[in-house]
Design a protein around this ligand. Structure first.
Ligand code: HAM
Length: 429
């Protein structure tokens, strides 16, 4: 039996054959974010545990059950692998006083960690593209986020991704609703499951987010937050919808959409698809006007969203879709014979100086076996250095993908041949 070490369950490798799709997605996303004026931030993967407890909320699935938390043995501090990026983003904005310069439109990408039960579309290490607008009260920027997503789905040529929106209202209207909901849940205490009973006072809204099928009738009959909304909350929600309609963005109001993180108020939204089974949400977010103050900053509004990269890539790699081409090298440089190495190394570097991608054969072997490798590499040309070429300070160039004779040329001649007919960086379709 093999004793090779395997990756941790729910944490995947991205192999070279899969990388072109990831890279194409990342390039598309970078261009899209630039088009809307969002600037990149790079945030640590590990943060103090308290950051997530204070922002996501103590009585949430993420904080109660899903965080990778450990003690730094040098100082006894509790640290956590980030389960999401909003908390870190706000922490960094406050630490570096970014809001002093005015509102900020920023984004971050990278791995997040949640100790969930792995299944299709749900992983323990997964990747997000997170987008945040700090210091803008909305609802225009809430709508901007939804319009951005709609545009990205078009650029990715993904259809069938539905937008669902809801409002959680202002903190005051939520407090009124909370009191009504607690009363209702108390009246049906016997029907609740263990989680529901525990959350009834600590975080009653989370009961509405339960996936337990037995609780669905009880959840369906629960009082609606909408009925407790104050005028400002209604205005915000209606203004958002006016913009969505003006932009022809289709949406559905889902009154039970509460989200799994506690920092939201007013607008919340989710984009989901029917094509991924139970893990339907590909992107989700909302407004968090209290979070900046909650993390010690001067009160300022915020809103944002994050996409699940693996889920979007699962849609992008469906069999009927054309996949982005791998980018093969321009040339594979084969060399053999006494004293040819020095010339081969120098030629490979000189071709790269001219902007060409070159694999230099390493490890010796006959020309025949090297040319087999050149073919397998996908390179358009083999550049060959034997004793005669080395002595004449020239190279032989052999087309591998099209008809044509092998010719012996100077370095400048080789550069010209390799650059001619070089495929552009066109899209993948
Ligand atoms: P979230 O809904 O927890 O929100 O995650 C956003 C997206 O990340 C989900 O819609 C899903 O696509 C993906 N995702 C979450 N968990 C997993 C998992 N275990 N495996 C694969 N994909 C997953 C947030 O994280 C908020 N920070 C979003 C936000 C930004 N709100 C305001 N700003």
């Amino acid at each position: 039996m093999s004793d090779t070490i395997q990756a941790i369950r729910g944490m995947s490798d991205v192999l070279p054959d899969q990388a072109p799709l990831w890279e194409w997605f990342e390039d598309t996303v970078r261009g899209w974010l630039r088009d809307y004026g969002y600037r990149n931030m790079r945030l640590p993967i590990v943060e103090k545990t308290e950051l997530f407890v204070r922002s996501i909320g103590e009585v949430t699935d993420i904080v109660e059950k899903e965080m990778y938390t450990f003690v730094d043995h040098l100082n006894g501090e509790s640290l956590t692998l980030r389960p999401e990026g909003t908390a870190s983003c706000v922490r960094a904005a406050l630490q570096h006083n970014l809001l002093y310069a005015g509102p900020q439109r920023v984004y971050y990408t990278g791995p997040m960690f949640r100790h969930e039960r792995p299944q299709k579309g749900r992983y323990r290490q997964f990747h997000q593209v997170g987008v945040e607008a700090l210091g803008l009260p909305g609802p225009d920027v809430d709508a901007e986020h939804m319009a951005m997503c709609a545009r990205l789905w078009r650029r990715l040529e993904l259809d069938g991704i539905r937008l669902e929106i809801n409002t959680l209202g202002s903190p005051e209207s939520r407090a009124r609703y909370r009191a009504r909901l607690v009363k209702y849940l108390e009246s049906r205490f016997d029907e609740l499951d263990e989680d529901g009973r525990r959350r009834i006072h600590a975080n009653p809204l989370r009961v509405l987010d339960s996936k337990n099928p037995a609780l669905q009738p009880l959840i369906g009959a629960a009082p609606r937050l909408y009925d407790d909304l104050d005028e400002d909350s209604l205005k915000h929600f209606e203004a958002l919808q006016t913009i969505l309609r003006a932009l022809d963005i289709e949406y559905e109001i889902r009154p039970r959409l509460v989200r799994g993180l506690d920092y939201y108020n007013h607008t919340v939204f989710e984009w989901s698809t029917d094509r991924l089974g139970a893990q339907a949400a590909v992107c989700a977010g909302g407004r968090y006007d209290g979070l900046i103050a909650q993390l010690g900053g001067k009160p300022a509004p915020g809103c944002g969203f994050a996409m699940g990269v693996e889920r979007l890539l699962a849609l992008l790699s469906e069999p009927e879709r054309a996949q982005p081409p791998a980018t093969p090298p321009d040339a594979y440089l084969a060399h053999s014979g006494a004293g040819t190495e020095r010339h081969a190394w120098r030629m490979a570097e000189a071709l790269r100086d001219a902007g060409l991608a070159v694999i230099l054969h390493c490890g010796g072997g006959s020309f025949k076996s090297q040319l087999r490798k050149a073919d397998a590499s996908g390179a358009r040309f083999a550049v060959i250095v034997g004793e005669a070429e080395a002595a004449a300070e020239r190279v032989a160039v052999k087309p591998l993908r099209e008809l044509g004779e092998q010719v012996t040329v100077s370095l400048a001649g080789a550069v010209e041949m390799l650059q001619a007919g070089r495929p552009g960086l066109a899209g993948r379709r």
